[in-house]
Design a protein. Structure first.
Length: 539
């Protein structure tokens, strides 16, 4: 059923910056349709637990949902055509006074991208779409002297956003190792491109000082985890920026001596978040552990990751990879090789902002309590004839979602970084969860349910025809040569040892006998002389 009276907004077109970037990475001559849905920054629960005796960080959350559709022929004669969703990705942006965290919540495909009929050997554009969307969000959320982080976990599943899509034979599902490797390849250009270039960002700010990637696969050592990281491209002049491990201590704005529970972020539908909830149950009542904020079973962040390797989600025959990309701002840090100096600098800034916030709250409370009560005015008794007013017809849906500042101490909300359609958080969840109740097992169902999902938003505002923007790719298609052997060394056939067929293919000691390289039609046989045969002496 279509939604009615949903507070919704939009500028009748998707972000021109995003559209231009997507056009540059999509294959030339092929048309796609972009659906970008987002919410305004909304106050939410802090993702980091506060140390004992302190307040949690004031946190704002902004949700983004990007869906990609293609136009495909329908029917037996192919005269009709319709749009069908091929890919979708959801990113949650958490902003505080000291950090911006972009969490990749879900990403999934339907498997109908092959209907686009790209040339054989051409790479799938899904990886470029994911990378471009993340790069766009990072650039538009950049704040001076504020660190940004892209965080995600790679866990292989048959389907995340499109129910029944696993039944589609055209869907290629990666296994656990392939998915971790795929996400590392998606994020590697994001690291290399920024580290190689020293130009200002599109938003006008200075370039990042450094970008570093971190990969942690519970249950694997550093040598095994390094196999998932792609090799550095030959045209990149930057130093290798991937590290096997986690950056949670460096990301802490409260210092490095806080309890481990204050270092691990709590994201929705995250394996480590469920482990956090179980460990937090150990802290109860007025015990000593409750006052110190320490878990009873896990005493350090290293032990936390060791225990994660034994969790069912990380040890049930499939690997789970946790990936971070840390964007360090270009600021002058103290000339000290100790990380604690940086942490103390951030902690002092946090205390300053917290003290300002607390003082403002106390002043407002004090003022509200000491404000003298005004005497009530008596209502004037109405008299005379009643004149009815003409009803005012509501010609358009009044939007209150844009009545908020674009930049505060806690977030930045540029118009270029918003979705084409902006809805409030409750309606965003209902619209995105609608996909989880649809069916994409066949092309006919996928086309029908794609139209139903699009109409869910179209029915709630006047500019229905502009929901979704058509983009034509401009990137040249690179076709991989399947005949290339990839540098495989072929041995000379004259030195290849083969097993003989029949009962005489092996000697009595079990060694394979080399085939001679003679040129006759019949194999050459070496006959031993009788004088060379030794008989076993009978005892």
């Amino acid at each position: 059923m279509a939604a009615k009276n949903i507070p919704i907004s939009g500028d009748h077109s998707a972000s021109p910056t995003l559209i231009e970037q997507l056009s540059a990475v999509l294959p030339r001559g092929f048309t796609f349709k972009i659906y970008h849905l987002s919410t305004p920054p909304t106050r939410t629960t802090a993702i980091y637990a506060p140390p004992p005796g302190t307040r949690p960080d004031r946190t704002y959350c902004e949700s983004h949902f990007l869906a990609i559709a293609i136009n495909t022929p329908t029917g037996t004669n192919g005269a009709d055509s319709a749009d069908v969703l091929v890919f979708a990705i959801e990113v949650l942006i958490y902003s505080t006074a000291l950090s911006t965290t972009l969490f990749v919540s879900k990403a999934d495909s339907t498997g109908y991208l092959h209907l686009l009929k790209l040339p054989k050997g051409a790479s799938s554009p899904i990886r470029d779409i994911s990378y471009t969307f993340l790069r766009h969000l990072v650039r538009e959320r950049r704040r001076d002297n504020i660190r940004s982080v892209v965080s995600l976990f790679a866990r292989a599943q048959d389907q995340y956003l499109f129910p029944g899509s696993i039944k589609n034979s055209g869907k290629h599902v990666l296994d656990d190792r392939g998915l971790v490797r795929w996400w590392c390849r998606v994020l590697t250009p994001l690291i290399e491109e920024t580290n190689d270039s020293r130009r200002p960002t599109e938003s006008g700010g200075a370039q990042w000082k450094a970008i570093n990637g971190f990969l942690l696969v519970p249950g694997l050592d550093a040598y095994e985890s390094r196999s998932f990281i792609p090799a550095q491209s030959s045209n990149s002049s930057a130093s290798p920026s991937w590290t096997v491990g986690h950056p949670l201590r460096e990301l802490s704005t409260r210092g490095s001596d806080v309890p481990p529970r204050c270092l691990v972020p709590h994201f929705p539908d995250d394996p480590k978040a469920r482990f956090l909830d179980e460990l937090d149950d150990e802290i109860s009542g007025g015990s000593t552990d409750s006052n110190s904020g320490q878990w009873r079973s896990v005493k350090s962040i290293e032990q936390f990751w060791e225990m994660m390797a034994f969790r069912q989600e990380c040890s049930a025959g499939r690997l789970v990879g946790f990936i971070w990309v840390v964007f360090t701002p270009d600021v002058e840090l103290p000339s000290s090789n100790s990380q604690n100096s940086v942490v103390r600098l951030e902690s002092n800034e946090y205390k300053r902002l917290t003290s300002i916030s607390n003082s403002q709250e106390n002043e407002s409370l004090e003022w509200s309590y000491t404000k003298p009560a005004k005497p009530r005015k008596k209502k004037k008794r109405l008299s005379g004839p009643i004149i009815p007013r003409e009803p005012r017809i509501k010609t358009e849906n009044k939007n209150y979602l844009l009545d908020r500042p674009e930049s505060t101490s806690y977030y930045i909300w540029r118009p270029q970084g918003r979705g084409q359609v902006i809805v409030e958080e409750s309606n965003y969840k209902r619209i995105t969860e609608l996909l989880l109740h649809l069916e994409f097992s066949s092309l006919a169902l996928a086309v029908t349910n794609t139209q139903r999902w699009v109409d869910e938003i179209r029915s709630s505002h006047a500019w229905a025809d502009t929901w979704g923007q058509v983009v034509t790719g401009t990137k040249e298609i690179e076709v991989r040569d399947s005949s290339n052997t990839g540098g495989v060394n072929v041995l000379n056939l004259t030195i290849v040892k083969k097993k003989r067929k029949g009962g005489d293919e092996e000697n009595n000691e079990g060694f394979n006998i080399a085939t001679p390289t003679g040129t006759g039609s019949s194999p050459q046989v070496n006959v031993l002389g009788g004088s060379t045969i030794r008989k076993k002496v009978k005892v």
